[in-house]
Design a protein around this ligand. Structure first.
Ligand code: SAH
Ligand code: SF4
Ligand code: F3S
Length: 469
């Protein structure tokens, strides 16, 4: 197919202008500005996509509003676990009541959940008040879909293609923070872990060209961004399929050279693809944050095989050990699933054993959730009470260790990137350490976006109270 990215970007920009004209007409008729609200579910990838949606909404003449009683409301959905999915249905009812009071209101649904056919069918049949539905691959067509909705006054569904290589990047975006930003380095996932829906909803893995990524980061840096988060489901396999292959470690080396960028983070590392080259780059870097999120999922080699993770308990432990030796101040964090089909007491003990040996700085613990369409969905489940009991034991262990690790930094002076005024006490500001822990300390708005040395006076378990040096 003859597909021209530049033309598509131009086309989308012209749609934005056309929508803007219509929005201005309505604005005049109502005697007020039209407003928007974007609600994000799910991971960093979705959060970053939402910044693009906001950029487009702004360009189309809408103004951001805090509440969901806006003229244009979008839910950017997640479907990684059942409860993420249920939350959306639960909240749609409330949106409907807003729409009854405001007939001009537009309700848009996008994100991973919309990539599931049965979800779209259900919305079409039971939630007819929804105006626009589109998938993760069609986000860049948002302006065109909005225009169509305004012109045709019916439910518009946009799913034309699920080819990640066609994603248009040169579109507006509104960042939550002026000084930090996510940057997509790859889309999709090819790993097909047997429990996971992501490869089905996000499509095949596709790496962006290194030059495009570097260009975007240079532009962000000129715009005042100091911290960037490189985003992908498996960043360690970045660049392998490019015409001129570039490793993730090589990409990091190039990002490190960009003036103005002071902190580099990335998400997520799959243990199977983590190279020695990457450990070397991290160890010698001045900018890459002392934090590595390395999802283990389970400590049992037998379960890891069934999960299709391509590593064993032993190889994971050896990898964690190697990283800690080379980068002693690194914070290791992880994701763990409890109650995967067939999990025995012995399997679960292996998970506890790994937690005790790696001593994670924090861990996201999840109860296994059956996702229709994935291989594991057909496998025999573990009784609920057994899962609940294991989950509680795991959480207790994870939290005890995390608190001990946090305590060990008490009294040290460390750099904090200040993000905001503290939510509960406006004499304090809140920021993050290189290892991603949160610190609150006395300060004012002038510190936001700055990196300042702070003494970690008191560890409160998951965060610190500090004092500016
Ligand atoms: N690409 C990342 C993970 C993205 S999903 C990686 O491979 O590490 C984030 C986390 O959700 C996963 O690490 C996993 O722990 C959890 N998860 C995914 N599918 C799940 C399911 N069906 N039930 C429970 N947790 C799940
Ligand atoms: Fe899901 Fe596995 Fe891909 Fe992560 S690597 S998104 S867990 S399939
Ligand atoms: Fe959820 Fe999609 Fe992220 S399913 S976890 S929002 S990639």
């Amino acid at each position: 197919m003859n597909y021209n990215k530049e033309n598509e970007a131009k086309l989308q920009k012209s749609y934005m202008q056309e929508v803007r004209n219509l929005v201005e007409d309505t604005s005049k008729r109502l005697g007020r500005k039209l407003t928007y609200h974007v609600t994000t579910f799910g991971c960093q990838m979705n959060a970053h996509d939402s910044e693009k949606l906001k950029g487009i909404l702004d360009e189309m003449g809408y103004m951001e509003k805090e509440g969901e009683d806006a003229d244009f409301v979008i839910y950017n959905t997640c479907t990684v676990r059942e409860n993420a999915n249920l939350k959306v249905y639960g909240r749609l009812g409330r949106l409907h009541s807003y729409k009854k009071k405001n007939p001009d209101m537009i309700i848009g649904l996008c994100g991973c959940m919309m990539e599931e056919k049965d979800v779209v069918e259900k919305i079409k049949s039971s939630y007819g008040f929804v105006d626009i539905i589109f998938g993760t691959h069609n986000l860049f067509q948002f302006a065109g879909l909005t225009l169509k909705r305004l012109q045709e006054n019916r439910m518009i569904i946009g799913f034309e293609d699920d080819d990640n290589s066609k994603i248009i990047e040169d579109l507006p975006s509104i960042r939550k923070y002026s000084f930090k930003s996510g940057v997509n380095i790859m889309y999709g996932c090819n790993n097909f872990c047997s429990y996971c829906i992501v490869p089905y909803v996000r499509g095949r893995e596709f790496s962006r060209e290194a030059d495009d990524i570097i260009g975007e980061i240079k532009k962000l840096s000129r715009d005042g961004v100091k911290e960037i988060m490189l985003l992908g489901q498996n960043v360690n396999s970045y660049g392998k399929t490019l015409d001129n292959p570039v490793s993730f470690a090589e990409l990091l080396r190039r990002v490190e050279e960009i003036d103005g960028i002071e902190r580099i983070r990335f998400m997520t590392s799959h243990p199977k693809d983590l190279s020695d080259e990457l450990i070397d780059v991290m160890a010698s870097s001045k900018k890459i944050c002392r934090h590595l999120h390395l999802p283990v999922q389970s400590g049992s080699s037998a379960l890891l095989k069934k999960m299709n993770r391509h590593y064993t308990k032993e190889s994971y432990l050896a990898l964690a050990e190697k990283i800690k030796e080379r980068i002693p101040d690194i914070a290791l964090t992880t994701d763990i699933i409890v109650g995967f089909p067939g999990e025995t007491d012995a399997d679960f003990e292996d998970t506890l054993d790994v937690v005790g040996k790696v001593r994670y700085d924090s861990a996201f613990t999840f109860i296994y959730s059956k996702r229709t369409g994935t291989p594991a969905a057909g496998w025999e489940s573990v009784p609920e009470d057994v899962v609940k009991n294991r989950f509680d034991r795991l959480l207790e262990k994870v939290q005890t260790i995390a608190a001990e690790k946090a305590m060990a930094l008490e009294g040290r002076t460390m750099d904090v990137l200040v993000e905001s005024i503290n939510e509960h006490d406006n004499s304090l500001v809140t920021g993050r350490l290189s290892n991603n822990s949160t610190v609150h300390f006395g300060g004012d708005e002038s510190l936001i976006g700055r990196i300042v040395p702070v003494v970690l006076k008191e560890c409160k378990g998951f965060y610190y109270i500090g004092e500016k040096e």
